[in-house]
Each structure stands twice: as structure tokens, then as C-alpha cells.
Ligand binder design. Sequence first.
Ligand code: UD1
Length: 432
Amino acid sequence: MKQYIIKGGTPLRGEVVIGGAKNAALGIIVAAIMADEPVKIENLPDVDDVRVLLDAIEGIGAIVERIDTHTVRINGALINDVNVDEDAIRKIRGSYYLVGALLGKYKKAMVALPGGCQIGSRPIDQHIKGFEQLGAEVTIHHGKIDARAEALVGHHIYLDCPSVGATINIMMAACMAEGKTIIENPAKEPHIVDVANFLNSMGANIKGAGTDAIRIRGVESLHGSEYSIIPDQIEAGTYMLAVAATRGDVYIKNVIPKHLEAITAKLIEIGAQVEEFDDCVHVKADHRLGYANVKTMPYPGFPTDMQPQMTTLLALSQGTSIVTETIFETRFKYVGELRRMGANITVEGNAAFITGVEGLTGAQVSAPDLRAGAALVMAGLAGEGYTYVDQIQYIERGYENFAEKIRGMGGHMEKIDSEDERAIRKFKMKVS
Ligand code: UD1
């Protein structure tokens, strides 16, 4: 089994370059198959979720040409199947976008129900409601979503909650429906805007993405395009907090500072220094930071995908902090692992009560999901001694070259085989 081995206690310094947004990439890869011409996508993150989705669209007949690690050309002209049912696809969340894209283009789709991180019940009722209001009949049988329509017709759709997935999925189906669709109470995350911009670059007519109402006028077909994905807000945020936790000093490059405002504001509130440039943020912390109350909210609020990392930072800060999770109900599963490293956190319902400790100590821990896994890495980097993080397949779904990027900032972290005693000894010799 692969694991990360980390020797903590070294402040991160220098610079790190952020890759393309994973969650935008998942929407964009799938949206690309709606055109019957080649689409070139740049700034693609080289992470497992992206690889799984590219394999899935190849499996139904799309032509996928990897130009380089971060660039792909996709042509959906020869898609010969609307039935997507692979074991791999069940493991990722973004697979549900195949329903919206195939339903929009071919008026039918059969896709294995999505997986993703086990952080709550994660229903898809809002996706289904949207498809049904566009005129589709949607059933779930044998673990698959089956959606089909004689014709899709634009509709006024009100989402009960601002779901990222439902917003993107309905947007994709509606952009090839007849007439006008309005999505009220949509999610406003940066990747909603990115997927809308991408669809528009292929000839779709979507207005208002990122606002309280998205207006879509259906078009008959979509054409080829070239598009570069926005930087990953969560990857950037993770490094910002890792720098603060290790009391480091790093320029985080290739970011859109506006997308990071909720994270920046909290860092400043607890005493870190954050400077914003055009496409870079500089984070510096030279003392133990203070406490804060944090509540996860849909964008532009504090992102749920940064909650475990923030809890980890506050576990090392002075005073008592409260982190309240309002989006997913079981997103504190990693707290037990942090306690093994010396954190003083109790969870009651959807809130974590954190009494900051002076330091954490390395331990053998296991990543319960993607972002919690990243938080455990952060804890290891800030803690004293060696930390071994197991189940890193979750982390590799969303962080490209994690260990390399940490080493680039002077941190000590390597991906090794947990059985490989020699590799462990070699790492220890190198960092001692
Ligand atoms: C996406 C992101 C995930 C992030 C989350 C919230 C992808 C692939 N994943 O997940 O990283 O943590 O947004 O920012 O982009 N809900 C319903 N019914 C639905 C859909 C959602 O009740 O049909 C609820 C969910 O239970 C949750 C909330 O809405 O409480 C937000 O979920 P949603 O935004 O849909 O999250 P995902 O798209 O699954």
C-alpha cells in the first residue's frame, strides 16, 4: 500500500504553483463530449478523478487525445453509447455530469450512480427534479440513473438548495433544450462560472452564472473550442493553510485571489499575513495564530472543502475555536486521527470545539476522504517527528504531485510503499 511519510517541523518557504481546478475539470471534460468537433482543454490537473473520467468518456466512444500532462483534446462526434457503467466511475462524484451532458445531447443517458467522498448522504434529488422539469423521465434501477426524453424543453427551475452538481448538470442539459431555462437559487462557486464559460465558448447561450439566477437559451448544437481551466481554489487554500500551520512564508502562484477571499479573510483574522497580487497570494506566519469561529457556507462563504484543513490549523492555534459544518453531515471523521496526533477537539453534532494545543506529534493516521487526507498531511508537516498517512488513494484523487510540491517548499514528505523498509530508512536518513 502506498502511503505518505512526513517529517514535520520545517516551515514551508519559497513558492508553489497551483494547478487547474479539479471540480471545474470534471464538469468541463464531460461538457466537451456535447460538441461534435474537437475541443482542446488546457490547465487540466493530472489527478486520479480526471483520469477516471477521461477513461469513462473514451469508453463510450469519445476520442481522447492526451497532448501533454495538462492538455487534452476531446472529440464527442463518435459517441456510440449512452450507457456508462464502470466500476471506476462509481467511485467519483463528477460522474453524474454524464447524465446532464448525454441527456442534453442525445436525450437519453444511463449512468452508474455517483460515489465520491463519504462525507454525508449526498442526495441527487435536485439534479433529478431539474431533468424532470426539462421534460425527462428519470428512474433509478440496478444502481444506475436512467434519464430519457422525447424532447427537452426549457423551464423555470428553482433549486431547494444551491447544489454545485445540480446547477452544472441542469445547465448542461438545458443548453441543448428547446427554449429558455432559468435556474433560480443556483450554486455560485467559481467552477460553475468556469463550466458556463466553457459551454459558451462552444456556442451555448448561458448568462448569469455566478449570480442568483442563471438564464440559458437552448441551442441546437455545440462546436469545437479551446479552453483553459481556472486554478484550483481548494488546492491553493490547502497550501495557504499549510504555510500558516508550519509558520512558513510562501508565494502561492497561478491563483485567482478573489476566489480565495473567504480563506484569506480567516487567515488575516487569526493573525497571519496575506498579500494579494494579480495571480498570486503571499502567505506568511511567524507566530502562533489565534482562534476563530468558522461556518461552512456555499460560495462566497467559507468552503466545506477547506473545513478539515481549517480545523487542523485551529487545532494548533491559541484559544478555543468552533468550526460548524453546514453542508455535509458527516465531515468530521478525521478528528479521531487528529486526536491521535495530540489535538484537543470534540465534535457535537455538526460542530467541532477546538482547544488549541502548542504542537502536534507525528503518528500513523489514515485518510478518511480527500480533503481530510490533505488536512492530515498538513498536521504531519506542522507536527513534531514522523507521520505516516495511509489510504492516500483518496488524496491522490485531487492533489497533483502533492509530495513534490511540498518538497519544493522545503517540507519533508515522500510517497512510499508502506512495506518498503528501505525506502522508509532512506527517507529518515535524508531528513535527519
Ligand atoms: C460539489 C463538489 C464537492 C464540494 C461540494 C460543496 C464536485 C465534484 N464536488 O459536490 O467537492 O464539497 O460541491 O461545495 O464538484 N444536495 C441535495 N440534493 C441534491 C444535491 C445536493 O440535498 O440533489 C445537498 C447536499 O446534501 C449538500 C448540499 O446540497 O448538503 C451541497 O451539495 P452539492 O453542492 O450538490 O455538492 P456536490 O455537487 O456533491
